[in-house]
Design a protein around this ligand. Structure first.
Ligand code: ADP
Length: 584
């Protein structure tokens, strides 16, 4: 335990000096007691000493340039380790910057705790105008799984235990913990303070499904003609890799991995239908969702994307998720590991199979699609296009399954998701449920900090801009991260023209921006690649160096689709030209 100081507190000379502690020390002691090893944050009033103290006590503190990036890093750490990632922010503006990441973590079901300092309650609550005044607890409430405030130093242990438990148990999510400056500075007797700390036992207890629920699901699968399993990032998160593999392989069921579930089984696994997804979804008659929601990413389970007569089995830890879109014929509430263990235990040998005609239908379409894609990928374009660049990245990464892949952008995301094969669980992190931009460098930093392994962050040039300043963080900590920017000079693409003034169009970015020179400012290695061959050489060298690097890939500005694969989500409207005429 850390103590603040030793002072004489009473009048009698015979008394031994009392050991004192304060809120700062208690926060650090409580985090250590609960095995928090890393804090991602950005210091300022009133938490600077908290970061210093954490560092002095052996907790690793990673300091960022923007709180969103620190928050995204904590969220990714939560996903990768199954323990809440901790983010530390300052009052009001810093808190709000971090809140974006906390909300994103909640949406993605990643466990995370944002601890923020806050201003004086008695001034804030009467709106007297304090430094960085804000009722942060109220602001956090709607965007988080839970929000708590500690109002007395003696409650710090309780607050931290409650935040960690809430973030990790049940459906994981983001928890906000407000600690006012006055509480951090509160002094109390060290022994009394230590007695208030608590260690959380079994942070996320297993949740087992009822046997009759398991039998109901088995019955459905056993009678299916065209069964399909969809693996989502909840399956990846659960770290039930062995059970998932055994269930899929012992039954022979075809499976569709969602993007962050790629690698649970290798993408080239013969039962993967990733290359024939639309046929699989349209025809499956029984679908087992494993840690995957029927949200927009799965077309809400609706026709025409899905067979309107499909019956759904849903494996999820969160009961209220069920029936949120399609009726769930067989709910399986529990953690993925426990549910799959129960399924394996209660399925009789040969009871669940994938009928040969279904397997053959999927395999035939898959072979066609793979051949089509190989043909497309083999074409050499000058200037380089997304396909050529990603072919080069794919081939280098095929030799390096240890590398984590972070991916965001529009076309950079859509194309890389399909082209870059994964063979190891939880090695792909991307824009996720919100389709958010800005996770890139925060996720990349957490991936290497938590694992020690190298990271390749595949970024659209627009997406990179949201977290680009963290290049300095990457260089300051000398992290083995290679940022690959697919630079087509625009949001979506770089050839849009503003027909009404000399200002750039809304989607235009600087066409010949040399992002490689940005990293050089911080001592990292910059490359520019104009061909797939140059990219192969640069990426191979950068990975071998084990240090920070950035490769600016010059992509044809005419390559790319507006809004990527989700153009249909733009509301249909009159064209820009027609609109300007109408408003004249
Ligand atoms: P994807 O986007 O990959 O389809 P989603 O984020 O939509 O995945 O779904 C993840 C689901 O996994 C959430 O509904 C969440 O409640 C669930 N989940 C998270 N952790 C577990 C777990 N350990 N066991 C079972 N379900 C889980």
């Amino acid at each position: 335990m850390t103590t603040a100081s030793t002072v004489e507190t009473t009048a009698t000379a015979a008394d031994a000096p009392a050991e004192l502690t304060d809120g700062y020390h208690l926060v650090v002691d409580a985090l250590k007691l609960n095995d928090v090893e890393t804090i991602y944050g950005l210091v300022g009033i009133p938490i600077t000493d908290l970061a210093r103290l954490a560092q002095a006590s052996g907790i690793r503190y990673i300091g960022f340039r923007h709180e969103s990036d620190a928050g995204h890093a904590a969220a990714a750490a939560g996903f990768l380790t199954k323990r809440p990632g901790v983010c530390l922010t300052v009052s009001a503006p810093g808190f709000l910057n971090g809140l974006v990441a906390l909300a994103n973590a909640t949406t993605n079901c990643f466990p995370m705790v944002q601890i923020s300092g806050s201003s004086e309650r008695h001034i804030v609550d009467l709106k007297r105008g304090d430094y960085e005044e804000m009722d942060q607890l109220a602001a956090a409430q709607p965007f988080t799984k839970a929000a708590y405030r500690v109002s007395r130093a003696e409650d710090i242990g309780l607050g931290i235990a409650r935040a960690l438990r809430t973030a990790a148990s049940g459906r994981p999510g983001g928890v906000y913990l407000d600690i006012p400056a006055a509480v951090l500075g509160e002094v109390l007797d060290a022994a009394a303070g230590a007695a208030t700390l608590r260690r959380v036992v079994d942070l996320a207890p297993r949740q087992l499904p009822a046997p009759e629920a398991v039998d109901r699901a088995i019955e459905l699968l056993a009678n299916a003609q065209r069964p399909l399993v969809v693996l989502g990032k909840g399956a990846a998160y659960s770290q039930a890799d062995e059970q998932i593999r055994e269930f899929i392989e012992s039954t022979g069921l075809p499976f569709q991995p969602m993007s962050m579930a790629k690698g649970l089984l290798p993408d080239d696994h013969p039962q993967s239908v990733a290359t024939t997804r639309s046929l699989a979804l349209k025809n499956a008659d029984v679908v087992m969702l494993v840690g995957a929601r029927l949200n927009w990413l799965l077309g809400h389970g609706e026709a025409p994307q899905w067979n309107p007569d499909a019956k759904f089995i849903q494996v999820d830890i969160e009961p209220t998720e069920l029936d949120s879109n399609q009726p769930i014929a067989a709910p399986l509430i529990g953690d993925v590991g426990s549910v799959l263990e129960a399924l394996l235990e209660r399925t009789k040998p040969g009871q669940i199979t994938a009928p040969a005609s279904w397997r053959e239908q999927l395999a035939a379409r898959s072979a066609q699609n793979i051949a089509k894609m190989a043909k497309r990928m083999a074409v050499e374009h000058h200037p380089m296009r997304f396909d050529g660049a990603l072919r080069a990245v794919r081939d280098v990464l095929a030799e390096r399954p240890d590398v984590y892949v972070v991916n965001e952008g529009a076309n950079a995301l859509d194309t890389a998701r399909n082209v870059i094969g994964m063979s190891v669980p939880r090695h792909r992190l991307d824009s996720g449920t919100w389709g958010v931009m800005g996770i890139g460098l925060g996720y990349a930093i957490a991936a290497t900090v938590e694992s020690g392994a190298p990271v390749v962050a595949i970024e659209g040039d627009s997406a990179f801009g949201f977290s680009g300043m963290e290049l300095e963080t990457i260089c300051r900590y000398q992290l083995p991260i290679v940022v690959v920017i697919l630079n087509n000079g625009g949001v979506y693409r770089g050839d849009d023209v503003n027909s009404v003034s000399s200002d750039p169009s809304p989607t235009t970015l600087m066409l010949h921006a040399r992002h490689d020179r940005l990293i050089e400012a911080f001592g990292g290695k910059g490359y520019q690649a104009t061909t797939p061959t140059e990219l192969t050489t640069a990426l191979t060298e950068a990975l071998a160096s084990g240090g920070p690097a950035l490769i600016d890939c010059v992509i044809d500005p005419t390559d790319g689709t507006e809004s990527g694969h989700i153009t249909h989500l733009n509301p249909a409207g009159i064209t820009v030209g027609a609109q300007s005429t109408a408003t004249k």
